[in-house]
Design a protein around this ligand. Structure first.
Ligand SMILES: [Fe+2]
Ligand SMILES: [Fe+2]
Length: 267
């Protein structure tokens, strides 16, 4: 089975990238199932109901979230009414929806779990490790299990991945918005990458307009970081080939598609 996982989709450009390019990658890599992190899909923070449906209509099968799970309040009104949305499992507060869900993909069970990291994150969370151990103890089924580990620290992501090696199919890092060059299969057959990267506007800061970020970060001015309506996009993802009998990952490969590079080639 081939599973495509798309890194944090940011704003309007990110959603356009998914609409415009996802089907090409699905065809090229013979993809059976598409998971995407959508925590930044609505103006850079959160996921509105409309944008949830926009991504599902574009071919995404399951959307995961992250620290911005609640940045658009309306999610509290629709999260329990939709089937393909997975929010962080290890929240301290009571929240609707599910932190882990199982999907039937051509008769093969595929579980998707979303976890928030604890290092250098502003949210307090339950231990990601203890939370997933509780989950695994609760759900006894054997299945493909893809974990979106949404965190800041690469060391924490590595440590978690080694701790889960052989217990889940993949630990895929999200949140930093920059694709790392370390995709690998660990000894026990678990696929890992520190960060899948970002899908959105490529010529700014992590998907946001640099004109709205530099004054804030460098000069300490106040203001709202904004995502642009249009511009040169990047599509960041990983494609995994998974053994349908052992549920272990056979290969993981990064995809980084930058529109302007391909336009240049065509000129
Ligand atoms: Fe993000
Ligand atoms: Fe995040």
């Amino acid at each position: 089975m081939n599973i495509l996982f798309i890194g944090d989709i940011v704003g309007r450009v990110g959603r356009r990238m998914v609409r415009e390019y996802l089907s090409t990658f699905v065809e090229k890599y013979n993809v059976d199932f598409v998971i995407a992190n959508g925590e930044n899909a609505t103006h850079g923070k959160g996921l509105s109901r409309n944008h949830y449906f926009e991504l599902i209509d574009a071919g995404v099968d399951v959307i995961t979230l992250g620290n911005h799970y609640l940045s658009k309040n309306e999610i509290t009104r629709y999260i329990d009414k939709v089937d393909c949305l997975v929010r962080p499992l290890n929240l301290l507060n009571e929240f609707g929806g599910e932190g882990s869900a199982i999907f039937d993909v051509n008769g093969i069970p595929v579980r998707v779990t979303n976890l928030l990291g604890s290092a250098f994150m502003t949210e307090s969370v339950n231990s990601p490790y203890l939370s997933i151990l509780d989950l695994l103890a609760e759900v006894e089924e054997d299945c493909i299990h893809i974990v979106d580990y949404h965190g800041e620290a690469t060391g924490e992501k590595y440590s978690f991945a080694y701790a889960m090696d052989g217990k889940v199919t993949a630990v895929l890092g999200t949140h930093t918005h920059v694709q790392t060059n370390d995709a690998r299969i660990l000894e026990g057959g678990t696929a890992f990458i520190s960060d899948v990267g970002m899908t959105g506007f490529n010529d700014g800061v992590l998907g946001f307009l640099k004109e709205t970020v530099v004054p804030k970060i460098v000069y300490g001015q106040s203001g709202k970081m904004q995502t642009p309506d249009d511009g040169n996009g990047i599509f960041s993802a990983v494609i995994m080939n998974i053994d349908e009998n052992t549920y272990k990952c056979k290969s993981i490969k990064t995809i980084k598609y930058i529109e302007s590079e391909h336009e240049n080639k065509n000129n």
